[in-house]
Design a binder for this molecule. Structure first.
Ligand code: SF4
Ligand code: SF4
Length: 210
């Protein structure tokens, strides 16, 4: 089998994995619907962040990019150039940015978006740390109806007052967990290197050209 065929199989296996976690995430969001205020046009989670992406995620994202109309592609390319320039000029190791694929507050590559993008808005927990409430909770959005801002956690009292059937829950949807090697083995693909989305477009040997 040639390298291109192997690459195609690898990508197909990644898509199977994506469908698997998508189903799980869909169920989590449905269970938590009383606490979720995501709606079209709200794109706060696509701004002012790092967006970790593995190589295979960015390859799939580019597949979505290639299917876009010419003008949109040009707009995204210009966003990428501007973000890279801003990053260079900022000298900030913790540089945060608006995702270049966000156009008019809408994801231009929604079906092809990465794993982190699919988890935005859920409360998460992993072995290493406490429950993480989504940042937008502090802006009156997800879980804000049960948030105890002083304690940085969900208020049981508020939940009881609201009387919802389903309690507010945190799920193991951290990026580290969802990209762990067990998934690579189980679905027969590899994530490859991981870095901030914008760094995949820097002028280095392993950069991605659009
Ligand atoms: S890929 Fe789409 S969902 Fe993900 S950060 Fe960018 S605009 Fe948002
Ligand atoms: S996760 Fe929060 S910021 Fe993102 S779309 Fe949902 S409500 Fe808006």
């Amino acid at each position: 089998m040639d390298n291109q065929s192997k690459e195609n199989i690898r990508l197909q296996n990644y898509i199977t994995y994506l469908n698997y976690i998508n189903d799980k995430l869909k169920k989590f969001f449905e269970r938590q619907q009383d606490y979720i205020f995501c709606k079209e046009g709200c794109a706060k989670c696509c701004k002012n962040a790092h967006f970790p992406y593995s190589k295979i995620e960015v390859q799939y994202l580019i597949e979505g990019f290639c299917n876009l109309p010419f003008e949109l592609k040009e707009k995204i390319k210009s966003n990428i150039k501007k973000t890279l320039l801003d990053k260079k000029q900022s000298n900030d190791k913790n540089f945060k940015y608006t995702c270049p694929f966000l156009i008019n507050d809408k994801c231009s590559v929604y079906d092809y978006r990465g794993i982190i993008c699919r988890t935005f808005g859920l409360m998460s927990i992993n072995k290493k740390g406490p429950v993480k409430v989504p940042f937008c909770s502090y802006e009156g959005l997800n879980y804000s109806n049960v948030l105890d801002e002083k304690e940085n956690k969900v208020s049981e009292e508020k939940y009881k007052q609201l009387g919802f059937k389903e309690e507010p829950l945190a799920f193991n949807v951290s990026y580290d967990f969802l990209t762990n090697p067990d998934f690579e083995k189980g679905f027969n693909f590899s994530f490859g290197d991981k870095k901030a989305l914008i760094d995949w477009f820097m002028e280095t040997n392993d950069s991605i050209n659009l």
